[in-house]
Write a protein that binds this ligand. Structure first.
Ligand code: NAD
Length: 295
């Protein structure tokens, strides 16, 4: 298939690489030249704007952008996707944004005849590289079935969540829990090590006991416990603390709209807010363990 891909960051670049590996022709755009160069070297076609990507002979256009403001600009802006895209092109936004914006952009796309899915992912940069992401997809079910084979080139679990915006609803709930569980994992690891435990032995106990979760097992925040985790690489790459802060903001905003309390979600948001204000927003979100460390 011919695919457009906009947003080649920590997640988008490996996702686009997997599409190339699966034999698709991929047209790419990103604001950062270095990101485009990496994809070009792997066989992608460089384009100069979202509109230029949209104007190619493509079947599907995928975006993987930081936040709602970027999604609005890329789809609705002057040099944006909707201004140039053919009606047959299926639009898929995999960025994590609020359900409301996802529904608004999908409605504008529908108004000009384009089907659109919100398809945020979980699985981190490791999952993006391995092609094992989980896609949570909102939109028309028949359109979802059309998109499934392409999503399968980038992910392992492709889950239909219901109408437009529902993929983002699933994502927001999952990531709120992830933020809370990472803080819990960091607090527990720091406590145990401060009391004299070896971090690897402690993690091993937790991971075969009732405290086990993804944050302790796959992505342990203590350096050296999981070799592949950002904690063992100076908290570089991975999922930025500022992106987690963004997702916790989405959760508390969504909770306000739904009139339900998110007590721990709001506490986690404040913790990441403080951590970010201290200049740590660029670090992987597991670096929140530094908040607890007194050394
Ligand atoms: P990132 O900041 O590494 O990448 C975003 C890319 O978008 C950058 O390369 C940036 O230059 C580009 N971009 C921004 N504005 C643009 C524009 N107007 N036109 C073209 N390109 C533009 O972010 P990421 O880690 O790849 O995350 C992307 C999305 O996926 C976010 O919504 C994030 O919340 C979500 N997500 C991230 C992870 C993770 O582990 N990193 C996991 C799941 C979901």
């Amino acid at each position: 298939m011919n695919i457009g891909f906009i947003g080649l960051g920590n997640m988008g670049a490996p996702m686009a690489l997997n599409l190339l590996k699966a034999g698709h022709k991929v047209h790419v755009y990103d604001l950062l030249e270095a990101a485009v160069q990496t994809l070009e070297a792997a066989g992608a076609q460089r384009q100069a704007s979202p509109a230029q990507v949209a104007g190619q002979e493509i079947d599907i256009l995928i975006t993987m952008l930081p936040a709602a403001v970027h999604v609005k600009k890329v789809y609705l802006g002057e040099e944006g996707v909707l201004a140039a895209v053919g009606k047959h092109v299926l639009l898929i936004d995999s960025s994590t944004i609020d359900p409301q914006t996802a529904r608004e952009v999908a409605a504008q796309a529908a108004a000009q005849g384009n089907a659109m899915l919100d398809a945020p992912v979980s699985g981190g940069t490791g999952g993006a590289q391995a092609g094992t992401l989980t896609f949570m997809v909102g939109g028309d079910e028949a359109v979802f079935e059309k998109a499934r084979p392409v999503l399968q080139a980038m992910g392992k679990n492709i889950v239909y969540c219901g109408g437009a915006g529902n993929g983002q609803v699933a994502k927001v709930a999952n990531n709120m829990l992830l933020g809370i569980s990472m803080i819990g994992a960091a607090e527990a690891m720091n406590l145990g090590v401060s009391l004299g435990m070896d971090p690897t032995i402690l993690a091993g106990i937790i991971n075969t006991s009732s405290g086990r979760c993804w944050s302790t097992e796959v992505y342990n925040p203590y350096p050296g416990v999981v070799e592949t985790a950002p904690a063992s690489k100076g908290y570089a790459g991975g999922f930025g603390a500022d992106l987690m802060l963004k997702d916790l903001g989405l959760a508390t905003e969504a909770a306000k709209a739904a009139k339900v309390p998110v007590v721990l979600g709001a506490a986690a948001q404040q913790l990441y807010q403080t951590f970010s204000t201290q200049g740590n927003g660029h670090l992987d979100f597991s670096a929140i363990i530094k908040f607890f460390s007194t050394k």
